[in-house]
Design a protein around this ligand. Structure first.
Ligand code: BJW
Ligand code: ZN
Length: 285
């Protein structure tokens, strides 16, 4: 489905009749057991129990900034040193963390489905790589990866797991509000072999998602016969419209979250609680 079609469908989805979702796990598992293609959309909440902060709410601050202050092309153009300190901190943090029970359950479920000739499409908004580290084979990374860079000059995308990513960032990026920015010159920030400045290969606010990645996600969402939405606030577009669009075509959608979201009443199921508990129970793994 093309993006314009998805946008149109979103407007229709918001007009759908909203009703109380079910929290009947047995009923959900019965439907899941008969499904052939399971789509999963995950967000920051799935990694929260691994100790990785989510974006919204009190935990979403780095120093005095929130993601929308630093995860923008404008912020990087104004102050690449500050933005690199932010990403350096998050790269180093993730390297100290492990996948949790929800990540592992999804990875095992993918293997189980495959053995019975069925399929799982895992679409994540997360850039932490924890699904892959848990063993998920095929992960559609909508918003890029903390461990990839892109050159501002030649455009080359490269995997990069160096710790620190460059000598000048060693020991930098402290998250406390009193920490002061270090103002690293551009020439000491991560550099491409062509001499260009590297940036994190992530999708910032105001940037379009990679077309191939978006097409892959949309194809999965179009052909799935059940959809799980795990640990996302469903407020950041275009991902926020994915599950409501699936629900609109009559496909069961189950939301797993600590709380209700703006889309909860458009879904058939809502399981409230930590995904490290609810997801393994729902998948029966
Ligand atoms: C648990 C739990 C536990 C906690 N168990 N649950 C249409 C309408 C309005 C605005 C827009 C629109 N289209 C585009 C926009 C603008 C913008 C946008 O959506 N803004 C909104 C804030 C309103 N979107 C964009 O700019 C996107 N680009 C785009 O659309 O391009 C098209 C275009 C471009 C140019 C011109 C014209 C069109 C790009 C969005 C990229 C988002 N990037 C970020 C940063 C990535 C890099 C980085 O990480 O630094 O992605 S923002 C941030 O939000 C990150 C996340 O992936 C994303 C989603 O957050 P997520 O995962 O939902 O996390 P939280 O924290 O919000 O929620 C966590 C949830 O977990 C909560 O519900 C908790 O309750 C729950 N939870 N613990 C279960 N243990
Ligand atoms: Zn380059």
């Amino acid at each position: 489905m093309h993006r314009t079609a998805l946008v149109t469908l979103r407007h229709t989805a918001t007009m759908s009749v909203r009703s109380q979702p079910s929290s009947n796990m047995a009923a959900f598992r019965e439907i899941l057991s008969k499904s052939k293609h399971v789509a999963v959309l995950s967000g920051a909440g799935v990694s929260a129990e691994s100790g990785i902060p989510t974006f919204r709410g009190s935990g979403g601050f780095w120093r005095t900034y929130q993601a929308q202050d630093l995860a923008t092309p404008g912020a990087f153009a104004r102050d690449p040193s500050l933005v690199w300190e932010f990403y350096h901190y998050r790269r180093e943090l993730v390297l100290t963390k492990e996948p949790n029970k929800a990540h592992f359950a999804l990875a095992k479920f993918e293997r189980d489905l495959e053995l019975s000739g069925r399929k799982l499409s895992l679409i994540t908004q997360n850039i932490d790589g924890l699904h892959q580290r848990a063993g998920s084979q095929k992960v559609i990374e909508l918003h890029g990866s903390l461990f990839k860079t892109r050159c501002m000059s030649c455009g080359e995308v490269a995997e990069n797991r160096n710790s620190p990513i460059c000598p000048a960032l060693a020991g930098k990026g402290a998250p406390d509000p009193q920490a002061t920015a270090v103002q690293i010159p551009k020439t000491d920030l991560p550099q491409c072999h062509c001499g260009g400045l590297l940036r994190p290969h992530v999708v910032w606010f105001g940037e379009a998602l990679d077309t191939a990645v978006l097409n892959e996600a949309e194809a999965a969402l179009e052909s799935c016969d059940i959809c799980l939405v795990i640990g996302t606030s469903s407020v950041v577009y275009p991902a926020a419209m994915f599950a409501p669009t699936v629900a609109r075509r009559g496909v069961p959608v189950a939301e797993f979250n600590l709380e209700k979201t703006p889309e909860t009443y458009n879904f058939q199921f809502h399981f409230e609680g930590p995904s490290g508990t609810t997801v393994p129970e729902a998948l029966g793994v």
